[in-house]
Structure formats: C-alpha cells, structure tokens
Design a protein around this ligand. Structure first.
Ligand code: NAD
Ligand code: MG
Length: 395
C-alpha cells in the first residue's frame, strides 16, 4: 500500500525531516498536500520535487507568488491560502496520513480535522493536544483513525508500551509510571544570575537537537517538558502523578515506562527526529530512516537527575495548569506562545517569559475545555492578557 501523506508545516524542522524520510521511500509514500506559513521559496522547491495535489500558504500574496513559481516549472499543484485551506489540505487532498507539524495553536483546527476524518495522525504539534486534549482524543475515537505520537518522548513511550495498552488496561498490564526524559536545554548548568542576559541566539542553540525556534526556547525554559507532561496525560491516560520528568543531558534514552514487576523499558537512539517520524509513517513496520546507528561504547555515560524547579519556573507553571485542568493549559500555552514570540523579537527578557505566563494564568477565567469555541475564546483572552502584561512590564 502506498500511503498518501499531507504535511501540515512542511517547511519547518519536522516537515523537512518528514520529507527526508519520504524521499528515501518513493514506493511507500506519496505526498498529497504540503502547507507552510510564509516560506514560499522553500515550499515551491518542495512542490517541484514532490508534486502534491494541494499546497497552502497563509497569505493571498504569497499564494500568487507560489502559483507563478510552480507555473514556470509546469507543476499542476493547486495553490490555496488561509486557515480554512489547511483543513482542505487534510480533507480534500486524498491523503490517508497527516503529519501535524505546524507550530503552536495555528495547528489546532486542521489537526482536529484530521482526527475527525479518520486519518492516521502523526502528532508533532503538541500545542494542539495541550489545548484540546479531551476534544482531540474524542475526535480521534469518533473518526476511527490511528494516532501515532511523533514527539520523541511520547514516541518512545508508545514503543515501550504493550500493543494492547489502553487507559482501562493499564492496571492489568502493570504500567506504573511514565518517565519523560529532558536534556535540560542549553542553560542546565548556567549560573542563575546569568540567566537574565540570555539572548534568543543562545536560547535557540540546543545542545543535542536541531529544532524550530519556538520549541528551542521552550526547551531552554523547560516549558516544552511541561507541555509534554500534559501531552502524555492525554495520549496515555495515566494520572498526572504517574508522569515523571527526569533530566538526562545526553538525549539518548528518549523516555521510559516503569512496570509493576520492577522492569523499566527504555527506547534509545540518536537524537534525530527521523527515527520517530519513520516509525509513525511505517507503523507497525520499521523502515530505514537515514539515522546513524547508536554506538553505546562511544558514550562515556548516561546521567539522570531531578529537574531543579527554581531554575525552570515554567515547568512548575505547566504542572499547576495540568492539575487545574479545564482551560488552564489553553491559557498556559497561549501566554507562552506570546511571551516566547516577544522574547525571540527582543521585546521581552528571557526571565520574564515565566512571569508573563504566571500573570496570565492567575488572571484568566477558568472554564471547561469541552468545546472548540470555548478553547479558542480562552486562547484569545489569554493572548490579549499576555500582550498587556508584556506592555506593562516595559513601562
Ligand atoms: P518550525 O518552526 O521549524 O516549523 C513550523 C512549521 O509551521 C513551518 O512549516 C511554518 O511555516 C508553519 N507555520 C508556522 N506558523 C503557521 C501558521 N500561523 N499557519 C500555518 N503554518 C504555520 O517548528 P518545528 O520545530 O518543526 O515544530 C513543529 C511542531 O512539532 C511544534 O509543535 C513542535 O513543538 C513539535 N515538535 C518539534 C520537534 C523538533 O525536533 N523540531 C520535536 C518534537 C515536537
Ligand atoms: Mg519532545
């Protein structure tokens, strides 16, 4: 069977890695649709190589530009633009598989559409699940598709769980705890009094992984791990207190499952997203991913420790939002997106990312997160508050 794949966010780090795996297996995978925000030239190159049925960009002007570039090469791809076109790329491109790799809340609606339409959903866009956990898992169930986590930790846990694992079978199967590993990012050992002066370039220089700028900053603050705890809660249905975070600077053990009988199963590999991407694309088979073999004898050691909460206030904020439930994770995510964008734009100091998130969480009206309207309304409210706090901090 040839899988027909739509990639939401094909020009990003996950998108490019996905195309790299697809390129190596032309008999197995065809590209149905590709979407990007603003990187028209890169999207044009991808369309020329993979000839998707549909290509989507955010703005009308960029769509015209893309059309011209494709026409010049006689490529017949239909070019669309705007948020609704992202849904069209999922529902009308003839795809059976959707890689959800748009960064942030912008990916929520098309990812939900993929769930409802019964696609195989390869979920990289953790923010979508953090925002809509219950709704998204219900949509997956109703759609009858397959959900495969691409985030390396969740992909590792998925690999370490038995096939018959479900929320109701976890006790019978003896699953006690999930251990999410975290590198600790570039500032794991930086003296605390130097954190105030951190620049976007320093924050984006991750020691082990090459990723988009937003997730790189989230890794530095460890908000990324906080979002991943919430992601694991929805994906695997274990109580929050059974989801633990361990600092593991080498990023070789991608996560672990602890069982009742004393066994701990870990998934190991190079820190290269093509491994989980290839796993999700080909599951339950395994295919060549272009990843170098892991050489354990070259590793001096593997270390594990507890995260220092004083160094990573965003992690505590995420735990608090997860515990509060309802729309608190929506507000956490929205405030973080606004604060990280401001930091990347040199409008907010590094240490105030957590301040903005904390202030927004305290000010937001708590509600249930059981409708898309409610979720989007909290998202908008939290963004507005976060912008106001950033303005206020400047004065
Ligand atoms: P990235 O910034 O490199 O790429 C993001 C993609 O989304 C790009 O194609 C961009 O054009 C598109 N995009 C951004 N804003 C958009 C908008 N408003 N409308 C439409 N498209 C838009 O990000 P990334 O590092 O590839 O991460 C993508 C997602 O995968 C994130 O949710 C991230 O948390 C998750 N993830 C990434 C990695 C990694 O190694 N990069 C690992 C695990 C999870
Ligand atoms: Mg991860």
């Amino acid at each position: 069977m040839t899988r027909k794949v739509t990639i939401l966010g094909s020009t990003g780090s996950i998108g490019v890695n996905t195309l790299d795996v697809i390129r190596a297996h032309p008999d197995r995978f065809k590209v149905a649709a590709l979407t990007a925000g603003k990187q028209v030239d890169r999207l044009a190159e991808q369309c020329i190589e993979f000839k998707p049925t549909i290509a989507v960009v955010s703005e009308a002007g960029d769509a015209l530009h893309l059309e011209k570039l494709l026409l010049a090469k006689n490529i017949k791809t239909q070019v669309l633009y705007g948020p609704q076109a992202l849904v069209t790329a999922v529902t009308d491109s003839g795809c059976d598989t959707v890689m959800a790799a748009i960064v942030g809340a912008a990916g929520l609606v098309p990812t939900l559409a993929a769930a409802k339409a019964g696609k195989r959903v390869l979920l990289a866009n953790k923010e979508a699940l953090v925002m809509s956990g219950n709704l998204f898992m219900q949509a997956m169930k109703a759609g009858g598709g397959e959900l495969l986590p691409i985030d390396s930790e969740h992909n590792a846990i998925f690999q370490c769980l038995p096939n018959e694992f479900t929320t109701s079978s976890q006790s019978r199967l003896g699953v006690e705890e999930l251990w999410l590993t975290a590198s600790g990012g570039p500032f794991r050992n930086t003296p605390l009094d130097q954190l105030a002066a951190i620049t976007p370039e320093q924050a984006c220089a991750h020691p082990n992984w090459v990723m988009g700028r937003k997730i790189s900053v989230d890794s530095a603050t460890m908000m990324n791990k906080g979002l991943e705890v919430i992601e694991a809660f929805w994906l695997f249905g274990l109580p929050l207190e059974k989801i633990k975070v361990l600092i593991h600077p080498q990023s070789v053990v991608h996560s672990m499952v602890r069982y009742r009988d004393g066994s701990v199963l870990a998934q190991m590999g190079q820190p290269d997203m093509r491994t989980p991407i290839a796993y999700g694309l080909a599951w339950p088979e395994r295919i060549e991913a272009g990843v170098a073999p892991l050489n354990l004898t070259q590793l001096a050691s593997l270390n594990f420790s507890e995260p220092e909460l004083a160094r990573f206030p965003c992690l505590s904020l995420a735990f608090a939002a997860a515990k509060a439930g309802g729309t608190a994770p929506v507000a956490l995510n929205a405030a973080n997106e606004v604060a990280v964008a401001a930091f990347l734009d040199a409008r907010l100091p590094y240490l105030q990312i957590s301040t903005v998130v904390e202030k927004t969480l305290s000010a937001i009206t708590q509600a249930d997160a059981d409708s898309l309207e409610g979720i989007l309304s909290t998202d908008a409210q939290a963004r507005k508050l976060a912008h106001e706090f950033i303005q206020g901090l400047k004065k």
